[in-house]
Design a protein around this ligand. Structure first.
Ligand SMILES: Nc1ncnc2c1ncn2[C@@H]1O[C@H](COP(=O)(O)OP(=O)(O)OP(=O)(O)O)[C@@H](O)[C@H]1O
Length: 408
């Protein structure tokens, strides 16, 4: 079961929203709906789900409907039509009491401007969510203290929040949101008001924290770099419409339309595109226990390559064999590929190694980089020409031609 499931969601602001909805459903544009009914279509026909434990980023320009959308999740906004299930429960059908309960226990929000009470101490702010749940101070302060430690604010408990820097205030905001131990965190431009360096630190810390806490986080931002860094998946909103949902790599490698393409144009793809999307899964690998030189040669010929990776029966990567070695082995009557195995000369890489970090690892342009999982099992190989094409933005076929003619 998904954590949050949104189906056919429309959110329209204005008095004549029923009339506006009919127009939207007939395909009338947002501008025309505004002209005819004076209503704003903030979210149009959104259908998607958010999974437990993921950081789901909602990205778009100012006014694209990001806040409007996520405020539907806890009914701070009332959707005009459609359904939203949180943990399988339909929020549209919840009573006021159920909603209060949902906001207090299952979902917390972190805002851009922190939303702290300036005349209360750090600990009192942090314990606030538990206080309104009626938890006694003796208990809530213990939890709040623990959470302040988690966000790096140990020792600041008694200070007034007004005395803290922006970055520290946002840590308090985060600690406050986490103190009630919600399953879902809604973070609305939570780091946008911070200085760039502090913002980067907070992003890093959120990623670390998430590794430990495994919450479901919905993170709004208008900043693509932030979206790419934090998001397990990113939804891109334009004029209230979700134009693409995908992993950072999918968004970069296959932008759904010109709007998304314009967003991603200036990103340093080589740092974000990773070995997993560059590697060839069809490696033609040879298994040391069963494949001999005849099979190796035939497979090389079929695939049009001069080297193949070798694995053991558990798919653990062992090394490469090259065509000249195989020919010699066969001629000498040998059967065991171990005799000609080239190992230890090339590094293996993990699937999340950025493309830019792969290039210096090629020792020999002919030997691909084996991409292996944590246990050393072969997932695929990244070849030199594809990596160069990715990092430099040059045409891959052109690079292959140059390499064939001996150039770089
Ligand atoms: N309470 C409201 N009443 C009327 N219109 C609203 C209301 N809230 C938002 N809107 C309109 O809905 C649209 C989407 O606004 P929203 O604030 O969700 O966008 P956003 O992407 O979060 O923008 P920003 O990044 O500037 O916060 C805008 O046209 C906005 O003017």
């Amino acid at each position: 079961m998904s954590k949050i499931e949104v189906k056919d969601l429309n959110l329209i602001f204005g008095a004549k929203r029923k009339q506006a909805l009919e127009l939207v459903q007939k395909g009338v544009s947002k501008d025309e709906v505004l002209e005819k009914t004076k209503c704003t279509v903030a979210v149009k026909d959104a259908t998607f789900s958010i999974e437990q434990g993921e950081i789901f980023v909602v990205m778009g320009l100012s006014g694209s409907g990001k806040s409007s959308l996520i405020r539907c999740f806890n009914r701070l906004n009332n959707p005009t039509s459609g359904s939203i299930l949180v943990n399988g429960k339909d929020v549209m059908k919840m009573s006021d009491d159920d909603l209060r309960q949902l906001r207090r226990t299952e979902m917390s929000m972190v805002f851009q401007h922190f939303g702290l009470l300036p005349h209360r101490s750090v600990i009192a702010n942090t314990a606030f969510g538990l206080e309104i749940q009626g938890v006694p101070e003796s208990e809530s302060y213990v939890k709040a203290k623990e959470m302040l430690k988690t966000v790096g604010l140990e020792g600041y408990e008694e200070m007034m929040t007004g005395q803290l820097s922006g970055g520290m205030q946002q840590r308090v905001g985060l600690a406050r949101a986490l103190t009630t131990n919600p399953e879902i965190l809604l973070m609305d431009e939570a780091f946008s008001a911070l200085d760039p360096l502090i913002r980067t630190n907070m992003q890093d810390e959120l990623i670390q924290l998430q590794e430990k806490l495994k919450k479901t986080i919905v993170f709004i931002t208008h900043d693509l770099d932030e979206a790419l860094k934090l998001g397990d998946r990113i939804a891109i909103l334009k004029d209230g419409v979700i134009v693409q949902i995908g992993t950072p790599e999918e968004i970069l490698v296959k932008p759904a339309d010109d709007y998304v393409r314009a967003f991603v144009e200036n990103v340093d793809r080589s740092m974000i595109v990773t070995a997993s999307s560059l590697m060839f899964k069809d490696t033609g690998k040879l298994t040391i226990e069963k494949d001999g030189p005849a099979i190796a040669l035939r497979r090389m010929r079929d695939m049009g390559v001069n080297r193949l990776p070798v694995v053991n029966k558990n798919n653990k990567f062992l090394g490469f064999v090259m065509d000249d070695g195989v020919v010699k082995l066969k001629k000498d009557g040998g059967k065991d590929l171990n005799e000609i195995l080239i190992s230890d000369v090339m590094p293996t890489v993990s699937p999340d190694t950025p493309a830019a970090d792969l290039l210096p690892l090629f020792i020999d342009k002919q030997l691909p980089l084996p991409v292996v999982d944590d246990e050393g099992k072969l997932l695929g190989v990244a070849v030199h020409s594809s990596v160069i094409a990715e990092v430099t933005g040059r045409d891959k076929d052109e690079i292959i031609e140059i390499q064939k003619s001996g150039g770089n």
